[in-house]
Ligand binder design. Structure first.
Ligand SMILES: O=CC(=O)O
Length: 328
């Protein structure tokens, strides 16, 4: 099927250069407004597109896939995480799913470090004080946080992002520990100076800062449940830039309130952008609106990946970033 004839429907506004390139290459339908499509709009899009370009704000479940037209052959996700797509059902229906791995790595790792520093050095409180009239000037005992040099960082999920976090953490003088389904190759472990823990419980109990960097899959849902959160030191900090569902958010909120965990830096939440109001009230939780990969450079690279996946598929080949259920 020649690329020009491929009908592509895009569910959200994308960076301008990406939209321009999509228009040059395909018969593309772009969005004018930047709100997520309703379920009905999504179903209609899936009924007419050969390729759907969607994002995390589009929940593509088995019911919706059941309404897809025969012509829908590729769902090219703009984003690395695909937990909003029922990949197994798509596969059964002969619909390929691709994503944009790799290009979100460095930006997301930067946000992990930013959150670690923001929580341990009380950045949010500091900004509030500086913006208010209440600042009385420098004082030896004011705004004291904790030093991160020498602290133990535990990385849960040592894929691309976890490793990029480890590199940065090493430069900050932190001790890197990690838990992963598979142990890293010895030369990578050595390069990162990283200590492997087969037991997640044991690692969680020993670290000062825990960074969540595993994807959300059925086996990582609530991996940080109440029991595991309770294993953390009361002085420890937890940072999540992956998916909210990996942590039991209610349990975390209770423990932060009770001072059983010292602080949290969260870029993602269990119910998307509906943040638990109790979490918002806490002064020891720094919350960001899911901006881990939000750089202009990164978003353009994500768009380029989407385009390469569609173009390769349109030319009759396997998209380079095909997601298969066994990867999840
Ligand atoms: O969260 C962002 C992504 O999955 O790329």
């Amino acid at each position: 099927m020649p690329g020009k004839q491929m009908s592509v429907v895009v569910t959200r506004r994308l960076p301008e250069v990406v939209e321009t390139r999509l228009k040059e290459l395909f018969d593309v339908e772009l969005r004018d407004d930047d709100t997520p499509m309703t379920t009905e709009q999504l179903a209609a899009a899936m009924g007419r597109a050969d390729v759907l370009v969607c994002t995390i704000t589009d929940k593509i479940d088995a019911r919706l896939l059941g309404r897809a037209g025969e012509q829908l052959k590729l769902i090219a996700n703009f984003g690395a995480g695909v937990d909003h797509i029922d990949v197994a059902t798509a596969r059964q229906r002969g619909i390929h799913v691709s994503n944009t791995p790799g290009v979100v790595t460095e930006d997301t790792a930067d946000i992990v470090i930013a959150l670690i520093l923001a929580v341990t050095r009380r950045m949010a409180e500091g900004i509030r004080v500086a913006q208010s009239d209440s600042w009385g000037g420098w004082a030896p005992t004011a705004m004291l946080g904790g030093r991160i040099k020498g602290r133990r960082l535990g990385i849960l999920g040592m894929g691309r992002i976890g490793q990029a976090v480890a590199r940065r953490a090493k430069a900050f003088g932190m001790q890197v520990h990690y838990h992963n389904r598979r142990r890293l190759r010895p030369e990578i472990e050595e390069e990162l100076d990283a200590t492997y823990w087969e037991s997640l419980d044991q690692m969680v109990a020993r670290v000062d800062i825990l960074s969540i960097n595993c994807p959300h899959t059925p086996s990582t849902f609530h991996l940080m449940n109440a029991r595991r959160l309770k294993l953390m030191k009361p002085t420890a900090v937890i940072v999540n830039t992956s998916r909210g569902e990996v942590i039991d958010e209610n349990a975390l909120t209770r423990m932060l309130r009770a001072g059983e965990i010292a602080g949290a830096g969260l870029d993602v939440f269990e119910r998307g952008h509906e943040i638990n109001p109790r979490l918002r009230e806490l002064s020891n939780a720094i919350l960001l609106p899911h901006m881990g990969s939000a750089t202009l450079e990164g978003r353009i690279e994500m768009g380029e990946k989407v385009i390469v996946n569609i173009k390769t598929f349109a030319d009759g080949h396997r998209p380079p970033d095909l997601v298969v259920p066994s990867m999840l």
